[in-house]
Design a binder for this molecule. Structure first.
Ligand SMILES: [Fe+2]
Length: 481
């Protein structure tokens, strides 16, 4: 099968070949003058064609950054120079196949290539890029996107596959991480301070291998996930990795004091589900002298058969096929009673990739902006059609999209300089226009997305559809953490 036949190597997905640094001047609308900082997005961009079957998640990580200052914008893109990519460049060809093909048996240190293509955050003066399967974290210089090597880790973390959705607490500069694997205890949790010193590290004993994607943090607690969609354990024992949804097994959420000990982990049970991303979490007084941890996120809307029962066989296939049907949801873990309460916030709009004002991570938020997901199951899915803005205080939402030919991307909230209210700022992201065959940077007023972008900035080359993005304010860049 040539690349022409593979949807996720064509159209808005096709890899690009060049690394640019360029001032952006083709602007429709106006770039806000009170927007200072950088938007950075990670995503797959295959450097060498490999043997075997290509999956969208296989491409080498490439960062695309747009720096804003005084109403001007500059674009830059560069590959993350991972160990694997460096080896392939030296060989002049691909040395690994993708996740759909067998791992390399001759490389126990790297059976799969850590492409570092999934997430990006700002920590201890560097951008850090991370991989969804967990692995070494790469440091990238924010001024020119050159790779500065791997994040220096405490010897206790050697070979620990750090998850892509580890968190940075902007208020303390700490890096809070989890790692999961196929051997007992199956998970670890830890916290590094803003200078890189490991302050807390502990095993999190799970009943077996699990596939958690995200975690949540509040000022005093971290929440890790043990969800009942994981391997078919019979197949696993025979060495095969087949997914199964254990629909009668509760979801479990482990609440850990941020700098606690393994004995202090408290597990809360909830309805069986699977989720990728957390929107936010915070601590609330429960009205009886206790504390409740509130967590919001976008779990799957479970597929059901004609009787209304969960379609247990179909659910794992949805994940494998990137068939997306998500809702917005809330869990409440009461530390006084040990009970969980949960509710659907919205199961009408199909949505994922939630963002908040990241200064408010861990604190009660009123607003969330999520990506609208295309409902139809087209070969070129997943399609990020637009955005939905929730006002949780008013229990209302507004949406924005521009039909089936505009593909948006995760658009982190970028606070306006001197912001006061939680939603004083912008949503900055990329957009691929399938008709114009051009990529744009889009800037929305986060207070009113329904007006469409306040600035639409044409890019010199396509930005292939990708994964996670972050906003780093000018203030944080100056501060260095
Ligand atoms: Fe993710």
């Amino acid at each position: 099968m040539g690349s022409n036949d593979i949807p996720v190597l064509n159209g808005g997905f096709a890899p690009i070949e060049h690394e640019y640094t360029i001032e952006l001047t083709d602007v429709e609308g106006e770039i806000p003058k009170d927007l200072t900082g950088m938007h950075v997005r990670n995503g797959p961009n295959r450097r060498f064609e490999a043997q075997g079957r290509y999956h969208w998640f296989d491409g080498d990580g490439m960062l695309h950054a747009v720096e804003f200052e005084g109403g001007r914008a500059r674009y830059r893109n560069r590959w993350v120079m991972t160990q694997g990519l460096q080896e392939e460049l030296a060989a002049g060809q691909a040395l690994w196949q993708g996740i759909k093909d067998p791992p390399r048996k001759d490389r126990p240190d790297a059976p799969l290539k850590n492409t570092s293509n999934t997430d990006v955050k700002y920590y201890a003066g560097h951008l850090i890029s991370m991989w969804y399967l967990g692995g070494s974290v790469y440091k990238v210089r924010p001024d020119d996107l050159s790779t500065a090597g791997m994040l220096d880790l405490d010897p206790r973390l050697k070979n620990l596959p750090i998850s892509a959705h580890s968190k940075v607490d902007e208020r303390t500069g700490e890096f809070l991480f989890f790692a999961y694997g196929k051997k007992s205890p199956y998970m670890h949790y830890g916290v590094m301070d803003r200078h890189g010193a490991l302050k807390t590290f502990m095993p999190v004993q799970l009943p077996g291998p699990r596939l958690p994607h995200d975690m949540a943090i509040t000022p005093n607690y971290s929440v890790v996930h043990d969800l009942p969609l994981f391997y078919d354990m019979e197949a696993f024992a025979a060495g095969r990795h087949k997914l199964k949804f254990y629909h009668e097994t509760p979801s479990r959420f482990g609440v850990i004091p941020r700098h606690g000990t393994p004995e202090q982990i408290r597990w809360f049970e909830a309805s069986p589900t699977y989720m990728y991303h957390v929107s936010n979490a915070w601590e609330e007084d429960d009205g009886h002298g206790g504390t409740e941890i509130v967590m919001t996120g976008t779990p799957f809307r479970l597929p059901r058969d004609w009787r209304g029962n969960v379609d247990v066989d179909r659910f794992p296939k949805m994940l494998a096929n990137l068939e997306h049907d998500f809702m917005f949801y809330e869990w409440r873990f009461n530390l006084r009673t040990g009970q969980t309460r949960e509710r659907v916030i919205d199961d009408i709009i199909n949505q994922e990739f939630p963002v908040i004002n990241s200064w408010m991570q861990g604190y009660k938020t009123r607003y969330t902006w999520n990506v609208l997901m295309g409902r139809c199951n087209q070969p070129e899915d997943p399609r990020f059609c637009g955005f939905v803005r929730y006002d949780l205080q008013k229990d209302s939402c507004t949406t924005y999209h521009e039909g089936v030919h505009k593909w948006f991307s995760e658009a982190p909230f970028a606070p306006a300089d001197n912001w006061k209210n939680e939603d004083d700022g912008y949503l900055v992201g990329f957009m691929w226009d399938d008709l114009a065959q051009a990529s744009f940077v889009t800037v929305f007023d986060a207070r009113d997305i329904s007006r469409g972008p306040v600035a639409r900035i044409r890019l010199p080359q396509r930005v292939p559809n990708g994964f996670h993005a972050t906003w780093v304010s000018g203030e944080r860049l100056r501060r260095g953490w």
